[in-house]
Each structure stands twice: as structure tokens, then as C-alpha cells.
Design a binder for this molecule. Structure first.
Ligand code: GDP
Length: 297
């Protein structure tokens, strides 16, 4: 079966963590993502040209990288996960220090736990006069997230997304946790990943963002994505730069799809176009069968 063949991973190498930012509405998820992107070396050098492709890579001065999913909140996370895609390694739980634990904070914790994604807590808005970061620690402890400084194993970082205070520290802790998780992938394999965004562009046609999770994706590669397939015609990163190749944990906007894939679809490179077409067609038939069955036909 063409769907089964699996190359062995012999060349595992560390890869950047893929991070989602979650938390209650207005607790500062969007602002935090903006603050994080501002620390980006490449972006500062290029004068801040960002493309929205659904994820961004933050590069620290020492060259280490973190990939952030751009859609704050857990909608993206949930919809990707509901479709079986495992894309996130770490969840940053944002809790406003002047508001404390709220319903969506609890929801976010439950989702991260259900999917076994470790949590780092960013206690945000510590610049505000009413901020009470200790209260956030007490409230989260009651939910089982015990701060390291109290003998637990959850990292808490007090930050201000608005002033940028401690954002670099938060990034350091994310990388520390990533080291503990020993995130690895084999960059020498054929690429595999997940579609994290897709759209039909008037000029460009089908445009989709692939998060490469295994192997390296090259321009010219032939791929299957969900029930569609294609050949990589061009790739662009989150800074709008043209790429010839993209390794593990890199999100890239890809041109060359035959049809629109869906967020959460798996993506994999196959040896030739015939194989790609066959797999896509088989999946399409299977999907149609399933839909018929579920409609009781
Ligand atoms: P989201 O709904 O979680 O994405 O929250 P936003 O990022 O949109 O932030 C909600 C509001 O809180 C906005 O008015 C932000 O300017 C403000 N805000 C976010 N972070 C901070 C912070 O660290 N300090 C202060 N004072 N305000 C913040």
C-alpha cells in the first residue's frame, strides 16, 4: 500500500518547538504574539515586513528558533486537533494579572491536557497597577498547575506584552522546556507536515501554509495533501522571503496545489505525480463513501 511505506529516521536532529498561545479573551494573546515577533532578529533587520501565513518563526540572536502559531486562542488548536493533526509542542497560557483565572483559562488548560501539550504560564499585564501575579499562581495551583518556585513543575513567567518586560525571559523558558522535551526530526527524509491555513487567492490561485514537521521540503517536490495533490511551485516564509527548501518546524506558504486543501490535512511528499494522483483519488473516494454512510445511503 502506497500509504504505508515509511522511511526509517536515522538522522534525528533537534528542531524548533511549535508553540500555541492560549488564554481568556482580552488577557493579551494577540499583544503577546506581537511582542514576541518584535524580538525577531530577521524582522528587525528587514524593517518589519511580515506576511500573514498562519505561523511565524522567531529567531533569537544566538540563532535558536521558535515557531508560533499565529491564531491566538484555542480555536486553531482545537480545529487542527479535532482533525487529528498534532502540530503543537508547547502551549503558552496567558493569564492577565489584573483579572486572574477566567472560564476560557480553564478551557485552555483542559484542551492542553487532553492533548498532552505541556503548559508554560505567562502572567501578563504586570505593568498594570491592579496586577496581582501571586493571585494567578494561587488560582492556577488549585487547578493543578503548581509553580516551580512552590515545588511544582509548571514554569510561570511574569510579563507585560505591552511594555515588552520579560518577553525575552519567556522565550528562554520556552526553549528550556523544548530542550527537556528533546524535540527532534530527521531533515534528510521526504517532507511531511500539516496544512495550517489555506485560501484561494485571486492572483496566485490556491495558497496554503504547510508546517513542515519531518524531513525537508524542496521546490519541485510532488506532494499529497488531504484529498488533493500538487507540485511545489514556490515557497515563501513568514518574512516574505522566497525559499528553495524548508526543514522541520518551518511554516511555509506553498504554491502549486491542484485544489484547496483544508486546515488540519496531512501533507506528504511522494516520489512521483502518478503516486500523488492515485493516493489523492483513493482518499477522495474513501471520503465520499464515508459521507454516504454517514448520510445513511
Ligand atoms: P486577546 O483577546 O487575548 O488577544 O487580548 P489582546 O492582546 O487583544 O489584549 C486585550 C487588551 O489588553 C488590549 O487593549 C491590549 O492593549 C491590552 N494588553 C495586552 N497586554 C497588556 C499588558 O501587558 N499590559 C497592559 N497594560 N495592557 C495589555
Amino acid at each position: 500500500d502506497q500509504e504505508e511505506e515509511e522511511e526509517p529516521s536515522e538522522n534525528l536532529q533537534p528542531r524548533p518547538p511549535v508553540v500555541v498561545v492560549m488564554g481568556h479573551v482580552d488577557h493579551g494573546k494577540t499583544t503577546l504574539l506581537d511582542a514576541v515577533r518584535k524580538t525577531n532578529v530577521a524582522e528587525r533587520e528587514k524593517g518589519g515586513i511580515t506576511q500573514h501565513i498562519g505561523a511565524s518563526v522567531v529567531e533569537l540572536p544566538d540563532g535558536r528558533k521558535i515557531t508560533f502559531l499565529d491564531t491566538p486562542g484555542h480555536e486553531a488548536f482545537i480545529s487542527l486537533r479535532a482533525r487529528g493533526a498534532q502540530v503543537t509542542d508547547i502551549a503558552v497560557l496567558v493569564v492577565a494579572a489584573d483579572d486572574g483565572v477566567m472560564p476560557q483559562t480553564v478551557e485552555a488548560i483542559n484542551h492542553a491536557r487532553a492533548f498532552n501539550v505541556p503548559i508554560i504560564v505567562a502572567v501578563n499585564k504586570i505593568d498594570k497597577p491592579g496586577a496581582d501575579p501571586q493571585r494567578v499562581r494561587r488560582e492556577l495551583s488549585e487547578l493543578g498547575l503548581i509553580p516551580e518556585e512552590w515545588g511544582g513543575d509548571t514554569i510561570f513567567v511574569d510579563v507585560s506584552a505591552k511594555t515588552g518586560q520579560n518577553i525575552d525571559q519567556l522565550l528562554e523558558y520556552i526553549l528550556l522546556l523544548a530542550d527537556l522535551l528533546e524535540l527532534k526530526a530527521d531533515p534528510t527524509k521526504r517532507a511531511k507536515g500539516t496544512i495550517i491555513e489555506s485560501k484561494l487567492d485571486k492572483q496566485k490561485g490556491v495558497v496554503a501554509t504547510v508546517l513542515v514537521q519531518e524531513g525537508t521540503l524542496y521546490v519541485g517536490d510532488i506532494f499529497v495533501a488531504g484529498t488533493t495533490y500538487g507540485r511545489v511551485r514556490a515557497m515563501t516564509d513568514d518574512k516574505g522571503r522566497r525559499l528553495k527548501s524548508a526543514g522541520p518546524s518551518t511554516p511555509v506558504e506553498v504554491l502549486g496545489f491542484e485544489d484547496l486543501p483544508m486546515a488540519g490535512d496531512t501533507f506528504k511528499v511522494v516520489p512521483d505525480e502518478k503516486t500523488a494522483r492515485q493516493i489523492a483519488e483513493a482518499r477522495r473516494l474513501q471520503k465520499e463513501q464515508l459521507e454516504k454512510v454517514s448520510r445513511g445511503l
